[in-house]
Design a protein around this ligand. Structure first.
Ligand code: T1G
Length: 702
């Protein structure tokens, strides 16, 4: 197993280097090596002090997540025990931190007596994002070191902090401007020479004692985190473990932390979140586009169309420090669109999440123009005009003429054929889909759609651009709806059929919200705008199979101008200025009318029918998309639905969730629905094969 701890001697100071590229993961071997080195240098009279550092580009990225599913090898070193030895050392131990100290990596540093970092270092305890709690003393040492509330923010938030923030909180003792190792060795030598008391976090009782006098802080914290933590177990387990740091002696708190850690590590939620972690990294691996494929450096960008999407995409570039020119047909259109951009930034400033200076800086990166000539310097242009093929083709013809020869021409289309758009240019190899999700400056998914002719360089460019924009890029193939919206179609279709069969919109929405989706399908449609899907349905009407049942209710709602929140009514009614959905008897009438026309005898639909009826067909469509090669792997589909539609991360995405449910179960249920409702619910061949072989989607392609 990989992982070692190198030892260098510097005039009485032992420098221990954690070595296990690429992130110095604390594998079982690494923990054993660290324990052995600590014992070695503690016993060495020639060593007066110790410095712990990381080899390569970072201090340590934490425990090796890949080892979580395997039981520890017999006699495996316990990280908490190794850290306890190190902290108890009579010889000063200084942590020299660069790059990243995350999870167990930061816990190693917390067991040192002094922590030094360099500017640019990021530190944190992201275990909660993996569905676990810090398992090597983080929930016990950090509150003692920096106080309970700040520790709760760090541990439950799970974010990595900048070195300066960590200094302000007291996580690090100094941010070193000069050479980190020189500074750390000098500090260690000085501590040894001074011979003063060493600060051991586990022995600091003042802050936890003070918190003991304020028992309400944990209830208050649970209350304020409730919305964000809805459905997740780990955040609440983190609070429980920090609460133990206040109510229990250190040793008992550590034992409780270990029990909580082991319970969560074995949970489906943690397995799902670990799956999501690796899935995001797998999605960047394209079999026929090696990582070394040269990409076009993106220094300047342009957007055509300054509507909601165009404005949001412009913000995404500006936020990433990339100057961007927005082109639209008139000054009025630009005024309107850029006013929305400014309002969005102002709202973030008002919430204290962005400084006014940063807002001004970002706005200054957004130029405007009504002339295509002004995109000539752009390395990439993203078209974000209305979802009509002839309009998009006209835009691409003009871009083809105006852009520099090697520019990438991207379309933000959400369903249209990228190949048809590419065919209108002289450079189809430079054309690709970059499907952002609304609001584009917030949603992290970037569904990159490769056309038949998209070149490796074009693909590499947009996949690298995704990371630079802070997005999660997933490469998909061309079909109606690509991956995200293609799976959305059967989900919405079955939800609408359930209405005709007897379930009111608020029941379907409630059950799917309780499952963990950010909102149910009808509230989501009212938020996104019912006219968007109405227009798509009209485009598809000509080719929709006539023999398949189709619910007219959504069309009838739109024919009445009920486009959702933006018109004050859709599937629900909205009081002026309110976003609270109110059930509307008119919609009930439309549903009952459609059911009568279809000869459907309405009934009481059970809550327990709704998740299978809406999500199994979504998973079934995922099996087709996988089989057709539109998605490279099942985990890519999971990423699309977690980052594009808010599928709960603690369920790992629809395909991982389906594997947990069991494909045999899903296949049998779908077969029954197929018998009852007809061919649209026929199980996909891949689903059938996997169910019969007792396999999972996760086995496909491996
Ligand atoms: N374990 C295993 N593999 C890891 C890993 C880890 N902790 N961290 C990264 N990798 C792999 C990753 O899959 C990728 O592999 C490669 O390393 C580069 O990663 C006891 C129990 C550290 C900020 O949650 O957040 O400690 O794709 O592309 O952008 O309490 O990696 O090349 O094959 O992300 O420079 C807690 C997880 C673990 C941190 C670096 N630690 N990692 O980002 O590189 S639990 C974490 C990250 C724990 C203790 C508990 C990031 C990074 P491949 P990368 P990066």
């Amino acid at each position: 197993m990989p992982g070692s701890v190198e030892l260098e001697r510097h005039d009485g100071v032992a420098l221990l280097r954690l070595t296990n590229p690429p992130v110095n993961g604390l594998s079982f071997a690494m923990r054993a090596a660290l324990g052995d080195r600590i014992m070695e240098v503690l016993a060495d009279d020639g060593v007066a002090a110790i410095v712990v550092a990381g080899a390569g580009r970072m201090f340590c990225g934490g425990a090796d997540i890949r080892e979580f599913d395997a039981p520890p090898p017999p006699g495996a070193a316990s990280l908490p025990a190794v850290l306890a030895e190190m902290e108890a050392s009579r010889k000063p131990v200084v942590a020299a931190i660069h790059g990243v100290a995350a999870g167990g990596g930061l816990e190693v540093a917390l067991a040192c007596h002094v922590r030094l970092a360099v500017p640019g270092t990021r530190l944190g305890l992201p275990e909660v994002t993996l569905g676990i709690v810090p398992g090597a003393g983080g929930t016990q040492r950090l509150p003692r070191l920096i106080g309970v509330e700040p520790a709760l923010d760090v541990i439950v938030g799970g974010r990595l902090l900048a070195a300066e923030r960590a200094l302000a909180l007291g996580i690090v003792d100094q941010v070193v401007d000069g050479d980190l190792l020189d500074g750390a060795i000098a500090r260690a030598r000085q501590l040894a020479a001074d011979g003063g008391p060493l600060r051991r976090a586990s022995l600091l009782e003042e802050r936890v004692a003070e918190a003991r006098a304020r028992p309400g802080i944990f209830a208050a914290f649970r209350k304020q985190m409730a919305r964000r933590a809805r459905g997740f177990d780990a955040p609440y387990a983190c609070v429980e473990s920090v609460e133990n740091a206040v109510s229990l002696p250190f040793a008992e708190g550590m034992a409780a932390e270990r029990r909580i850690f082991e319970r969560l590590r074995a949970s489906d939620q943690s397995r799902a979140q670990r799956h999501a972690f690796f899935a995001e990294r797998e999605a960047t691996k394209i079999p026929d586009v090696p990582r070394a494929t040269p990409a076009l450096p993106v220094e300047r960008a342009a957007i055509v169309g300054c509507g909601t999407m165009g404005g949001g995409i412009a913000m995404t570039f500006a936020n990433a420090g990339i100057p961007v020119t927005v082109v639209d047909v008139s000054e009025e259109a630009l005024d309107k669109g850029l006013a929305v951009v400014a309002q969005n930034y102002a709202a973030t400033v008002a919430k204290g999440r962005l400084s006014q200076a940063a807002m001004d800086e970002r706005l200054a990166r957004i130029a405007r123009s009504v002339r295509y000539e002004d995109v000539r310097d752009a390395d990439i242009v993203v078209e974000a005009v209305f979802e009509r093929m002839e309009l998009k083709q006209e835009v691409f013809r003009r871009l083809d003429a105006a852009c520099k020869p090697d520019a990438v021409l991207a379309t933000n289309t959400s369903t249209l054929d990228v190949d048809e758009i590419a065919a209108t240019t002289s450079r189809p190899e430079s054309v690709i889909g970059t499907h952002f999700f609304s609001p584009a400056n917030v949603m992290r998914l970037m569904e990159n759609v490769r056309g038949r002719r998209s070149s490796p360089r074009t693909i590499a460019t947009v996949m690298q651009l995704a990371k630079r924009l802070g997005k999660v890029g997933v490469l998909v193939g061309v079909c109606d709806g690509f991956v995200g919206n293609r799976l959305l179609a059967p989900y919405l279709r079955e939800a609408e059929f359930l209405l005709e069969e007897g379930a009111p919109p608020q029941q379907v929405d409630r059950v799917l919200f309780e499952f963990g989706l950010p909102m149910g399908p009808f509230q989501m449609s009212d938020l996104a705008g019912n006219d968007v899907s109405w227009f798509i349905r009209q485009r598809q009407a000509a080719t929709r199979p006539a023999h398949l049942r189709y619910s007219p209710v959504a069309d009838r709602i739109c024919e009445r101008g009920r486009f959702g929140q933006k018109t004050g009514a859709g599937w629900y009614r909205y009081e002026p200025g309110s976003r609270t959905p109110v059930p509307d008897p008119l919609v009930e009438e439309l549903i009952a009318g459609a059911a009568a026309e279809a000869g459907i005898a309405r009934r009481a639909v059970g809550d327990d029918e709704i998740v299978p009826r809406c999500l199994y067909p979504l998973v079934n469509e995922g099996a087709k998309v996988l089989d057709e090669g539109i998605a490279l792997r099942a985990s890519d589909i999971d990423i699309v639905w977690m980052h594009g539609y808010g599928f709960p991360r603690y369920r790992g995405g629809p395909m991982f969730w389906a594997d947990l449910v069991g494909l045999r179960t899903i296949y049998d249920a779908l077969s029954r629905l197929h018998d009852e409702h007809g061919e649209r619910l026929e199980p996909a061949p891949l689903l059938k094969r996997l169910a019969e072989q007792g396999k999972e989607f996760g086995d496909v392609g491996s």
